[in-house]
Each structure stands twice: as structure tokens, then as C-alpha cells.
Write a protein that binds this ligand. Structure first.
Ligand code: PEP
Ligand code: MG
Length: 598
């Protein structure tokens, strides 16, 4: 007779947003949207009253948000910017002024008017081909929801009132909901909706409570009081597991805790291989507030500052002073380490609400990044002025995204020189000798890397796009994501080619795509010759641990070995065995999936 296998009543797979394993009781909370059934026209006499109602709802929402912000636990205060961004949305022209105008012009009730404004903003955001940015629409939706609740007087259960140790199960949680979570009671959360880059995910990580989002049916299938296992590493939720499964996961918990503390203890040690080769580990950021976390995780500077965020915060373009102040603050915080500012990488003019939107058939192949900047030199010059000026306050370098060939580098550099001349003439402090880099993320740039290397000070390999363009896979299309493979031999060969071209010209190379933070890829990247990797800050401690467990000699052998393999599956299989072999005790403890290995 065969032994019965441990089982659970139901299993769900979602998106892991905050690591850790928890076992506890479900508490299903209703965060459903306010139902607005009534839309009505208001006559002239009542328009003023409707506007007043709207103004009162805005004020009440503002007071609630300020209260929430002031009541945030001390250790997550650094994330209060989430609530600040809500407060800014509350004052946003497109949401609030437009709604107030609509009430008058269209003579409709406030609820209907704000819903129409929200739809208009949604339409604009839906044109933006960037997961992080388009996810920000959820912030606008959350604020709108709060205003609607205040308009309708429908109260919402406060999560701060949760009294027992439970796992929250909700359709969706807004970042503000997350700030209400009582972390001494709430063990973790699972939601139907949500994405990897949401602010809710950021908050959950800061609170260090495990979370899985994007489960679709969780609130339908899980009942209050069900026993749950939430695996925030693998993105799995098990409902009413049997004893065998509970014991299995308890063992995993012990292993994970053990390895987590071991990794954290060493995160400030240098990333140095067993045979003494030093690797520089930098971080990718999207906004200023992340710099503190970079330091905490042991990052050595910023290898990629994605500067799009400031352009999308408001419907109007940011001015030079706003950009300069932000870049200067980051540069000062990071100094003496390097800050690499990437110039604007947005598709077309999609982000400018006040311009006519042109929808491109193929946005990834359209007027993106440097192409857009060269077509709109004024916007580009403003950003370059701010970058050069920030250079007077730290160790700043600039790099251009989506370079397809030399012509773009020459044109971008010519504009940079022109701007330098103007700053000089105006007597404004700036860095006249700022290093200039090119992102290598289009296959044509790989092919002509030897030519480009003669004209820039460094390369940064953007594998996220390089994989997309080399393998012809839309990186945001779920249907082809199974083909999105960093271990494709073509990608490994391209990285090697870029390193050879840079080596021959004597310029620096870093790699800043997601591959840099992938434990399976790191030995190969080192073996190929990369000495700088830039990644999401949270990956830093783990990647440092991997590097500290490797010898460079073996990493080179790995690179050679995988260079002979002919399919991505073979490479992956080889690397899984290899990384398992590096940490045999961890492999036995079953904690390797914690690292996304095997
Ligand atoms: C990349 O393409 O690898 C990269 C780092 O840039 P982004 O993900 O912002 O396109
Ligand atoms: Mg890119």
C-alpha cells in the first residue's frame, strides 16, 4: 500500500510580493467598492450644494489620510510618502478640479462627476507601457474610493480593529489599508487583485509580513476561519492543509528563518568571491525614498535610477528645479557612491495629459526613450540640465536608454555638450566631466558595441529589454512569458560579446536587468566577466551570499560550460544543480525555493 500524500482542500497560485511562510486562520474582510447606483442631473439651484458636498468629502478624506499618516508605526514611517502621494492626488487638477467643473458644466451629482474624472485618468494611464507606472492608477482609484465613501456616508471596517492573530483575505488592499494593519495581529495577507510593483507590495515588505496577491478567486473560495498556509516566497496559498502538510511547512519556516538571518547578518560584507574577486553590487531605484533601503540592504550606490516617475506624478511636465532638487537629494544621499541617472525612458508622449495621445501600434518598437528625447529636445535639455547640475553635489553619471546605434549616441552627446555650454555661460554649478554611458538593450547595439565603446565611458546591459527584443517577446504579454528566457544561448552570447567589446576599449560594464538579482544567473554573469551588478535592493543580501560562496575560477568554468549548452532548459538545469551544490545543507532543508531555485 502506498503512503497517503500530504494534502490540502484547495491550493491557489498567485504572485509572491512579500516573502515568508505563515500558518494561521483566515479572516475574510470586505473591501468591496462603494456601490454608486444613483446618477442624477442637478438643477441650477442645487449645483452649488453639490459642489459644497464634494468639497466636504474632499476635506473629510484629507483629514482621514492625515490621521492615518500620523498614526503610522515608527518603523514604517519612511513609507509615509504613500499617504503623501494620496494627499497629492486629492489635490490633483485632473481628479478634483475637473470633477468640480463637471458638476457645474454637466449639471451632474458629485459621485457621477468624480467617476467620470477617474475614467478619463484611467484612459490616459492605460496608454502607458510600463507596469510600474500603469499600476499607479490604483492609487488614484483608492483615493477616489475614499472620496466616494465620504460622499455616500458608507463606513468601512477598519483593519486596525482586527484583534486576533489572523491572515487577512481581501479582494484588494490599498496601500492606505496596509498602513492600518496591526502588525502584531495580522500575520500576512492574500488578495484577489494586485501586482508585483504595487505600493501595497512595497508596504508589506516594509512591514515584513508575507503576502500573496493576484489570486483571483481567494475571497470566493476561502471562508472565515479556514486554516491557511501562505508561502510568500513561492506565491502559494494552501487552504485547510492536513497535518502532514502543516509539519512540512513548519520545517520550511524554520529553514527559511535560519537562512534569512544568516543572509541578513552578512549583507554589509563586501561581495567577494572565495578567491578574492570583488564584485560591485548596486541598486535599481524608481524614486528618492528607496535610497535608505538600498543602504540597509548593503548596496554600493545606484546603478539605475529610472527617472520616469517624476514625469508621471503630475499631468504637467516637471520643471528643471523640481528635477534638479530630486536628483541632487539622491546624489547627496548616495555619495561618495555612484548614482547613475538614466534619462527619460517613456514611450512617445503618452504621459503628457495635456497633449493629444497618439496610440502606437507597437509601442515597444515606437517612439520610446532616447528616440522620444531626441525628437523633443526641449524636454531632453531640461532633464540634462538638472542631471548635470546635480553632478555638482555627488558622484553622478548619466546614461541613455534604448540606444540602437552610434548616431543616437552622437546626437545625445551633442545636446549634452550644448547644455553644458549654457550652464557654463550662466555660471551655474555643474559637473563638466560627467561620465556618459549607453544602455545596451537592443540587439543592434550589441552588434556594434565595439563602435559604441569608442564614444561612451561605460555600458549598462539592460537584459529586460534585450531579452524582449532579441527573442521577439513582448515583455508584458503573459501569453508569451514562457519564452522569456535569460538563459537562452543567444542572450548569453550577446552578454559575452558586449563584455569583449567593452574590454577591448577599456570601458566599464554593468548589468542592470532582473537577471542581476537572479541567484541562478549570478555565477554565469561573474564567470562571463561582469564586475558590477545592479538590482532591486531586496535581492542584494542574497546575491552577496551567493557571490561569497563561489570561487571565480569555478564561475568561469560555469560560464564556459553553459556556453557549450544548446538550449535554455539545459542551461537552467545545469545552474540549478550548481547552486544546489553550493548550499547542500539548504538543499536538504528544502529552503531552496525560497531563493527561487529548483
Ligand atoms: C532593462 O531593460 O533591462 C532595464 C534595466 O530597464 P527597464 O527595465 O527600465 O526597461
Ligand atoms: Mg530597458
Amino acid at each position: 500500500m502506498t503512503e497517503p500524500q500530504p494534502a490540502a482542500e484547495k491550493r491557489f497560485k498567485g504572485i509572491a510580493v512579500s516573502p515568508g511562510i505563515i500558518i494561521g486562520k483566515a479572516r475574510v474582510v470586505d473591501r468591496s467598492k462603494v456601490k454608486i447606483f444613483y446618477r442624477y442631473l442637478v438643477d441650477d439651484v442645487h449645483v452649488a450644494r453639490e459642489q459644497e458636498r464634494f468639497a466636504l468629502a474632499l476635506r473629510a478624506t484629507e483629514e482621514q489620510l492625515v490621521r492615518l499618516k500620523n498614526g503610522m508605526p515608527e518603523h514604517v514611517k519612511e513609507h509615509s510618502f504613500i499617504l503623501d502621494s494620496y494627499l497629492m492626488i486629492l489635490k490633483d487638477n485632473m481628479l478634483c478640479d475637473a470633477t468640480a467643473r463637471r458638476i457645474v458644466e454637466e449639471k451632474i451629482n458629485a459621485e457621477w462627476a468624480i467617476k467620470k474624472s477617474l475614467q478619463e485618468i484611467r484612459d490616459i494611464f492605460s496608454q502607458i507601457d510600463d507596469e510600474y507606472i500603469s499600476n499607479r492608477i490604483h492609487d488614484v482609484e483608492n483615493v477616489t474610493e475614499r472620496v466616494l465613501r465620504n460622499l455616500s456616508g458608507q463606513p468601512q471596517e477598519s483593519l486596525s480593529e482586527v484583534r486576533e492573530r489572523v491572515i487577512i483575505v481581501a479582494h484588494d488592499l490599498s496601500p492606505a489599508d496596509t498602513t492600518e494593519l496591526n502588525v502584531s495581529k495580522v500575520m500576512g495577507f492574500v488578495t484577489d487583485l494586485g501586482g508585483r510593483t504595487s505600493h501595497t507590495a512595497i508596504m508589506a515588505q516594509a512591514l515584513e509580513i508575507p503576502g500573496v496577491v493576484g489570486l483571483a478567486q481567494a475571497t470566493k473560495e476561502i471562508r472565515d476561519g479556514d486554516l491557511l498556509i501562505v508561502d510568500g516566497n513561492a506565491g502559494e496559498v494552501l487552504v485547510n492543509p492536513d497535518d502532514g502538510l502543516i509539519i512540512e511547512y513548519q520545517e520550511k519556516q524554520v529553514q527559511v528563518a535560519k537562512y534569512k538571518s544568516a543572509i541578513a547578518r552578512t549583507s554589509h560584507l563586501p561581495a567577494e568571491t572565495l578567491d578574492g574577486h570583488r564584485v560591485r553590487i548596486m541598486a535599481n531605484i524608481e524614486f528618492l525614498e528607496e535610497v535608505t533601503a538600498v543602504r540597509e540592504y548593503g548596496g554600493e550606490g545606484i546603478g539605475l535610477y529610472r527617472t520616469e516617475f517624476l514625469y508621471l506624478k503630475n499631468p504637467q511636465l516637471p520643471d528643471e528645479e523640481e528635477l534638479f532638487e530630486d536628483y541632487r537629494d539622491v546624489a547627496e544621499l548616495v555619495a561618495p557612491d555612484v548614482l547613475i541617472l538614466r534619462t527619460l525612458d517613456l514611450g512617445g508622449d503618452k504621459f503628457m495629459a495635456d497633449l493629444e495621445i497618439t496610440r502606437e501600434m507597437n509601442p515597444a518598437l515606437g517612439l520610446r526613450a532616447i528616440r522620444f528625447c531626441l525628437k523633443e529636445p526641449e524636454i531632453f535639455e531640461t532633464q540634462l540640465r538638472a542631471i548635470l547640475r546635480a553632478g555638482a553635489y555627488g558622484n553622478v553619471q548619466v546614461m541613455f536608454p534604448m540606444i540602437s546605434g552610434l548616431q543616437e549616441v552622437l546626437e545625445a552627446k551633442a545636446i549634452l555638450e550644448k547644455v553644458k555650454g549654457e550652464l557654463e555661460a550662466q555660471g551655474l554649478p555643474h559637473d563638466p566631466d560627467m561620465k556618459v554611458g549607453a544602455m545596451i538593450e537592443i540587439p543592434s547595439a550589441v552588434t556594434v558595441a565595439d563602435i559604441l565603446a569608442q564614444h561612451v565611458d561605460f555600458f549598462s546591459i539592460g537584459t529586460n529589454d534585450l531579452i524582449q527584443y532579441a527573442l521577439a517577446i513582448d515583455r508584458i504579454n503573459g501569453d508569451v512569458s514562457y519564452l522569456y528566457e535569460p538563459f537562452h544561448p543567444a542572450i548569453l552570447r550577446m552578454i559575452r560579446q558586449v563584455l569583449e567589446a567593452a574590454g577591448a576599449a577599456g570601458i566599464d560594464v554593468s548589468l542592470c536587468g532582473e537577471m542581476a538579482g537572479d541567484p541562478l544567473c549570478v555565477p554565469v554573469l561573474l564567470g562571463l566577466g561582469l564586475e558590477t551588478l545592479s538590482m532591486n535592493a531586496r535581492s542584494i543580501p542574497l546575491i552577496k551570499t551567493i557571490i561569497r560562496s563561489l570561487s571565480m575560477e569555478d564561475a568561469r568554468k560555469d560560464a564556459e560550460e553553459v556556453g557549450r549548452l544548446t538550449t535554455a532548459d539545459e542551461v537552467r538545469g545545469y545552474m540549478v544543480d550548481r547552486v544546489r551544490g553550493l548550499f547542500p545543507d539548504m538543499d536538504e532543508g528544502g529552503a531552496l525555493p525560497f531563493w527561487g531555485v529548483g
